[in-house]
Ligand binder design. Structure first.
Ligand SMILES: [Zn+2]
Length: 274
């Protein structure tokens, strides 16, 4: 007789209460065979046998769900505000929230396959912010969508809305701005990890008759939304990073950090993608 699977046990837990189980086992204790007890009671032999080792129902594994800090009774930010600041940067850069038929929402952040370390960091951030502590990876062509399900994503990201982010105003709520002010580097890191990059340009220069190679690392943040670029540059200004806006055609799309001291600051807190 094969042992019962956990799912079979859970089905039995719903079908038979403990008194019924005790009565079946009492018949077995009288010396009756499992077969005959099974015939008399209509309970399978495997079920009766499993109760000989454990009569109590399996403990119910309810997911540990924290109250939402925006719409439920959680006065303090329950998770890790630094992780939220990072996730907010990721979300504004490359995330979306979509409603499901059952009243919940999926948060999705697209992470390129090329940077496995960033995928791990994103999973941790989604888990930390999600009241149910859950996150999943969904492999697509060339990228992994890190997803999390919750009814409360719009509470945590009130920037959620029907149109694309660059087609509407993106303004942080005061409580979000407080978190970004307290954890500015995490926010910038999230923005750079989703919609930014660190590249190395190089050039040569003649020094004392010798051609020398010079490298110029710089950071870019590229986003179509004027508001999101401004959130990026405002936060950079607060931590002392100098930036310039580069236009593509007539559109100012790229925030560029090229000054040596500012690149060094960015390297100390963010660095290349990994
Ligand atoms: Zn909520």
């Amino acid at each position: 007789m094969r042992p019962l699977r956990q799912s079979d046990r859970r089905k039995l837990d719903r079908m038979y209460d403990v008194d019924t189980r005790k009565r079946a086992l009492a018949l077995v204790a009288q010396g009756r065979s499992l077969n005959s007890v099974s015939k008399q009671t209509g309970i399978s032999r495997a079920a009766i046998r499993s109760w000989q080792t454990r009569i109590e129902p399996l403990p119910r594994m309810l997911p540990q769900i924290r109250p939402c800090c925006r719409c439920q009774s959680a006065p303090e930010w329950p998770g890790d505000p630094a992780a939220y600041s990072y996730l907010l940067g990721l979300y504004l850069g490359d995330g979306c929230i979509s409603p499901t038929a059952c009243g919940g929402y999926y948060l999705r952040i697209a992470c390129a396959d090329a940077w496995p370390g960033l995928i791990d960091a994103c999973v941790t951030a989604v888990q930390t912010a999600n009241p149910s502590n859950k996150a999943a990876r969904v492999q697509a062509v060339g990228y992994v969508a890190v997803t999390g399900y919750s009814r409360h994503w719009p509470c945590l990201f009130p920037q959620h809305g029907p149109a694309k982010k660059h087609e509407r105003a993106i303004v942080l709520d005061p409580w979000q701005q407080d978190i970004v002010d307290a954890h500015p580097w995490e926010f910038i890191r999230g923005l750079i990890h989703s919609d930014g990059c660190r590249i190395t340009n190089w050039t040569t220069r003649m020094v004392a008759g010798e051609r020398k190679r010079y490298e110029y690392p710089r950071y870019f943040f590229t986003n179509k939304s004027d508001d999101i670029r401004k959130l990026c540059t405002d936060t950079m200004a607060k931590v002392g990073v100098e930036w310039t806006m580069l236009a593509r055609g007539s559109d100012p799309l790229n925030v560029s950090v090229a000054r040596k001291a500012s690149v060094a600051l960015m390297d100390a807190h963010i660095g290349p993608k990994y």
